[in-house]
Design a protein around this ligand. Structure first.
Ligand code: UDX
Length: 444
């Protein structure tokens, strides 16, 4: 089993650290944020991720997992160092690597023996060699020649099922040119390796590209079905039937063919923009990805137009109250990063609507993200409270709790009977039977 340090206890770092410990490794998680570390030590997990607290507690108790702010200690005790710091989008659409650089330099200042540095953060293709150079630069300043290999090991975690995804991955990708580093990585992932999880070894650049290409492909798939949905509305086809039949083709597959209000989250928007940037910088414009980015933006705005059109055309939402259910970018998370709800709520408010909002987990997050619209939003106590006196119900995130609404009650609570089901959770017939005027995505 390996001795591992994980730098950064954000989403990726905390899940990776906890699960690597669960595999039997000894893991030290480091973060400069002392409050965060104190919270983890007490077993309080500052992010909403089902099951993560139990994994952390179990591994702290077993003595395999610890949290510290002491980077020197973490580096001294370990020979595999994961970089899992944030790579927020830079202004030019690329990724801001300043935290990665700071971590790499610190590693270079601290290592005393052979170390494998593993890049877990999503970084542009070519960052692996930059990380090597930053570490070597610091070693040169120390006049030391300590061997060190950089490995790219991208994550494919979905928020809400990150623990499961980490422990049951479709594949593990290891990018490295060093045999020594590859052997050590096999130790790190020993339990998966022995379980015959597909284990792909390649060079650093390919591993970095795999991450972007995978996420961009999924984003393309969603945008593709969203555009087909828009065409279905014009032609009388039903996108759910279309997607179902398409998905039965083994070459296409049924996943990520759910039409909706556009994709959001911490990965797809950021990674598609970063890939577009990498393409432009390399003189190989990624047309399909660039179009996907635009299609996703217009999908969100299209939802606003749909509401306005149904209520009577431009300006029709002015002064009306609209109930919005679901603010997180997807169910089972409190994360609202790039959530379609932000754009859609913002546009409705700009058009003069007043919003009654409810989300099972993202209310705290929404309070600050929608702070600038304070006068126009009201936070409801549950899904039915949100409907009280509203002219329309807009369902934006398919939380389980919204899948079984009592539609007769919904109709009674609403002032006007408009139901915009932008996740296609309900059947038109059931909504109409309850007296609602139903609008889905990609079906008449
Ligand atoms: C994604 C990838 O799935 C994961 O592999 C990667 O490492 C990180 O990004 P995540 O962002 O957590 O994970 O969520 P995901 O479940 O993939 O959903 C992304 C967005 O796409 C959500 O806004 C979701 O609502 C939307 N989506 C997804 C659709 O609109 N339709 C679909 O068919 C699938």
């Amino acid at each position: 089993m390996a001795n591992i340090a994980v730098i950064g206890t954000g989403y990726v770092g905390s899940v990776s650290g906890a699960c690597l410990a669960d595999f039997g490794n000894r893991v030290i998680c480091v973060d400069s944020n002392a409050d965060k570390i104190e919270s983890f030590k007490k077993g309080i997990v500052p992010i909403y991720e089902p099951g993560l607290d139990a994994v952390i507690e179990r591994n702290i108790k077993a003595g395999r997992l610890m949290f510290t702010t002491d980077m020197a200690f973490a580096i001294r005790e370990t020979n595999v160092v994961f970089i899992a710091v944030g790579t927020p989008p830079a202004e030019d659409g690329g990724a801001d690597l300043s935290h990665v650089e700071a971590a790499a330099r610190e590693i270079g200042q601290l290592i005393n023996s052979y170390t494998v540095v593993v890049n877990k953060s999503t970084v542009p293709v070519g960052t692996g060699s930059k990380v090597s150079a930053w570490i070597r630069g610091e070693l040169e300043k120390r006049k030391l020649d300590i061997p060190c290999d950089v490995v790219s090991n991208p994550e494919f975690l979905r928020e809400g099922s990150a623990v499961f995804d980490f422990t049951h991955p479709d594949r593990v990708v290891i990018g490295s040119d060093s045999g020594r580093a590859r052997e050590l990585m096999k130790e790190v992932y020993r339990s998966l390796y022995l379980n015959e999880t597909p284990y792909i070894e390649t060079n650093v650049e390919s591993a970095e590209m795999i991450k972007y290409a995978s996420n961009a492909f999924l984003a393309v798939k969603i945008s593709f079905i969203n555009e087909i949905a828009n065409l279905c509305e014009k032609t009388g086809a039903n996108v759910q039937d279309v997607a179902k039949a398409m998905g039965k083709d083994g070459r296409i597959g049924s996943k990520f063919l759910h039409a909706g209000p556009g994709y959001g989250g911490s990965c797809f928007p950021k990674d598609t923009r970063a890939l577009a940037r990498i393409g432009r910088d390399a003189g190989e414009v990624q047309n399909i990805v660039e179009t996907t980015i635009k299609a996703n933006e217009s999908q969100k705005l299209r939802m606003v137009r749909k509401i306005e059109d149904a209520l009577g055309g431009p300006g029709s939402v002015t002064g009306k109250t609209i109930a919005v259910l679901g603010l997180a970018f997807k169910p089972n998370t409190d994360d609202m990063r790039e959530s379609p709800a932000i754009t859609i709520c913002g546009e409705l408010i700009r058009s003069g609507a007043l919003l009654r909002l409810y989300d099972p987990a993202a209310m705290k997050e929404a309070a600050w993200r929608l702070e600038s619209f304070r006068g126009a939003v009201c936070f409801a106590s549950d899904e039915y409270d949100a409907l009280e006196g509203a002219a329309a119900l807009v369902l934006l995130t398919e939380w389980n709790q919204f899948r079984n609404l009592d539609l007769v009650k919904v109709k009674k609570l609403l002032a006007l009977p408009f139901f915009f089901d932008f996740r296609n959770v309900y059947k038109r017939e059931e909504a109409e039977k309850a007296g609602l005027r139903y609008f889905g995505v990609g079906k008449r």
